[in-house]
Design a protein around this ligand. Structure first.
Ligand code: SF4
Length: 610
């Protein structure tokens, strides 16, 4: 497969120990099998050896573009950060939007792969197909927003420039420290920023101009494919429709009232499955009516789902982007906190300290339940204690007092505290904002996610709540467990290939499989069908699973917190429900061709993995 169109066919391999930088093309066979971004990053992590200690110099940290990244394809401003996770011990990938991914492509790269450990803090500067390393000693200890400001001033201002950086959380090896991009866009999950901290890699500065974006291999075919894709995204039946659909008008937080109404909004650490009337003050509707000031977007995106807010006065005065559904839930309902202004302030702090904004809320909620049940010896944290939450958040970033334990993340911290039953986590990563008792497919999705609990591996709420799936408006009963094995597998394969291209997952509400294939073929000049893309999705998902199997994740690893399996929901919409994970797993493993969660050799051969 010749690497034309959207590929620059150049990956920088950077050894932080010795400072050597090599520039290599992508092996054609790897591009054919894994496309790019998540697929190629996971392949590099796999080839580096599954047994590596995540925080050792031997682990690699990959910042990967796909062949559609930074092109004129809609919603193509995505980058995958891939590594072995210090939070879960699995392979992980985490994506951010904004412009840094596009600029990395415009600067001449499909990816940057860091290995080793610098003897003092460094940052990488990327421009015109070259990478240079610079002393970052003066930046170490600085928060995200200040670091970005300093680096913008040092490199000629914000025009055409993106800064990706870690904050104190990553530096202090908080297991859910993340990479932040352009102040507010996070590669949030899995502790990729913690890996950066372990390597003394503080930041990546990228200069790239829009004029240098890759051109499609087949211009006419691209024009036709893009017209179809745009018509699908703007179709008013779909939530992506600019200024009409819920995602565009209210952002991801358009979901808060919906999940609350169906008893699928985990509340007070999942002790309840809805937040009652208090959900309204956290919702996208409330935010729009009270504090919304702008709708920012990412490269090549007419949807503009980001929701910039301004809290003008009071203790939570803040101007920030953006109040998203997941952190509004994690720092809101999950912690028994209905104050949206406080939530906005805390999301901004999470971004500035460099946390995964899902994990930080869930680890606080775990500690709140631990306190509620009397284990904190009169200390601890009460539900909805916003000032207490802010202080514990700060302590975690600097590993002070209880913060040192909570810095290990929800799963590991709960075990250290002697109460793993309070951890709403899978494979030690916190669950996101959907209660598996009210949305059964999501429960199976959490349990079988290769990077620990995650909604984005297979976003079944598109079918179970929204009813917008790949250019159709069919809806699936969220409380039924039958058929969810197949549903989850298909969603996982679809989202895996979009992560390889790399385009925003929200395209999959509206765009058809054929539309993705047509855009890929036109940009790269490689013939492609929907079936080809689904095969790549399946292959990458199996490669990740094989990697995890080699790390000891085998029979019994795909599970959920007991609460969701044994404590029936008491809330309207899902009252009396538990999540029938065992039944769904049987169907799922059969569809996947796995044996109790393990990929057999025959499957690995069938998919050309070995
Ligand atoms: S839909 Fe939202 S997250 Fe996706 S590319 Fe557009 S603005 Fe970015």
């Amino acid at each position: 497969m010749p690497l034309g169109g959207g590929y620059t066919n150049r990956v920088a391999w950077i050894d932080l120990t010795g400072g050597q930088i090599e520039y290599k093309p992508i092996a054609e066979e790897d591009a054919r099998k894994y496309i790019g971004a998540r697929g190629l990053g996971v392949k590099y992590v796999f080839d580096n050896g599954p047994q590596v200690d995540p925080l050792s110099p031997e682990n690699i940290l990959c910042f990967m573009n796909g062949p559609l990244t930074g092109t004129d394809v809609n919603l193509s401003g995505r980058m995958a950060v891939c590594t072995k996770s210090p939070l879960t011990g699995t392979v992980t990938d985490s994506h951010h939007g904004g412009w840094s991914a596009a600029r990395l492509k415009w600067a001449g790269f499909d990816g940057l792969v860091f290995k080793g450990k610098a003897d003092k803090p460094v940052y990488a500067y990327v421009e015109n197909g070259q990478v240079t390393l610079h002393d970052a000693s003066d930046l170490w200890g600085k928060h995200v927003h200040e670091t970005i400001k300093i680096l913008q001033e040092r490199h000629g201002g914000a025009k055409d420039l993106s800064v990706i950086t870690i904050g104190p959380a990553g530096e202090n090896l908080v297991k859910f420290g993340c990479w932040m991009n352009e102040n507010d866009r996070a590669s949030g999950r899995g502790g990729t920023g913690c890996v950066g901290g372990s390597k003394h890699l503080k930041a990546i500065v990228i200069k790239g101009k829009h004029a240098d974006r890759p051109k499609p291999a087949d211009k006419e075919a691209f024009k036709a494919a893009q017209k179809v894709a745009l018509a699908q995204l703007t179709d008013e039946r779909f939530i992506t429709s600019p200024r009409k659909g819920g995602l565009s008008v209210y952002g991801t937080n358009s979901l808060m009232n919906d999940t609350n109404a169906i008893g699928a909004l985990p509340t007070r650490n999942g002790q309840e499955a809805a937040f009652g009337d208090d959900a309204e003050t956290l919702s996208g509707e409330w935010v729009k009516a009270n504090i919304l000031v702008n709708d920012p977007t990412c490269h090549a995106c007419p949807v503009a789902c980001k929701k910039e807010v301004d809290v003008k006065e009071g203790p939570w005065k803040v101007h920030m982007e953006s109040v998203e559904y997941e952190p509004a839930w994690s720092l809101g309902a999950m912690c028994g906190n209905p104050d949206a202004n406080a939530v906005a302030w805390m999301i901004d702090r999470a971004n500035d300290w460099g946390y995964d904004a899902i994990e930080i809320g869930v680890v606080l909620a775990m500690y709140m339940e631990y306190s509620q049940r009397g284990y904190a010896n009169g200390d601890g944290l009460a539900w909805g204690d916003t000032h207490g939450m802010a202080e514990v958040m700060r302590k975690i970033a600097f590993r002070e007092g209880i913060g040192d334990i909570l810095a290990e993340g929800t799963g590991k911290a709960a075990k250290k505290l002697g109460h793993p039953e309070f951890a709403m986590a899978c494979k030690d990563q916190a669950i996101p904002a959907y209660d598996p008792r009210g949305i059964k497919g999501m429960g199976l999705g959490y349990a079988t996610s290769n990077r620990g609990a995650c909604h984005l591996r297979g976003y079944t709420p598109a079918a179970e709540v929204v009813g917008n799936v790949l250019n159709s408006t069919g809806k699936t009963d969220p409380l039924a467990w039958e058929g969810k094995g197949n549903l989850v597998m298909i969603f996982q394969n679809v989202h895996t290939f979009t992560d390889c291209l790399d385009v925003c997952k929200f395209t999959t509400f509206a765009e058809s499989l054929d539309s993705f294939a047509a855009q890929f073929a036109a940009i790269t000049g490689t013939p492609c069908t929907a079936g080809d893309l689904l095969t790549v999705g399946e292959r990458v998902y199996n490669l990740e699973r094989h990697y995890n199997n080699l790390n000891g994740f085998r029979e019994g690893s795909d599970t959920l917190p007991k609460r969701f399996l044994e404590e029936p929901s008491t809330m309207p919409g899902s009252v009396g429900q538990v999540c029938e994970l065992d039944k769904m797993l049987v169907e799922y493993y059969e569809k996947r061709g796995w044996v109790n969660g393990v990929v057999p050799e025959a499957k690995l051969k069938e998919l050309e993995i070995i």
